[in-house]
Design a protein. Structure first.
Length: 107
């Protein structure tokens, strides 16, 4: 395989009903929520407003056939959220497709 003197990146976007369902920003946010266990912490770590993060995640859940972000109501420990098994599968599939696209472009 030939080595090229540049880096390559690919970005995929998936739409449903004419609205953005998943793109690189949504995937970054979902991965961060999976790590942090809360929208607030994920937004802070990504230097994004809580309101913007909440809006992105709410739109993902609205457009998805099954829930992706599972919210837990606050309590003594403050609640939080996690990513559903379907959401984790979407993350893996998205990243695999980006890698396949990059490989296709390099070949």
């Amino acid at each position: 395989m030939t080595q090229y003197p540049f880096n390559m990146a690919a970005d995929l976007s998936f739409y449903r009903e004419g609205e953005l369902f998943l793109g690189s920003n949504q995937i970054r946010l979902l991965k961060r929520v999976a790590l942090d266990g809360s929208i607030h912490a994920a937004a802070k770590n990504l230097k994004m407003s809580y309101q913007h993060a909440w809006h992105l995640l709410d739109k993902i859940n609205q457009l998805s056939p099954v829930p992706i972000v599972l919210r837990q109501k606050g309590g003594r420990d403050g609640g939080g959220c996690k990513i559903s098994p379907y959401g984790l599968k979407l993350i893996r599939t998205y990243e695999k497709k980006v890698e396949e696209l990059i490989q296709y472009m390099v070949e």
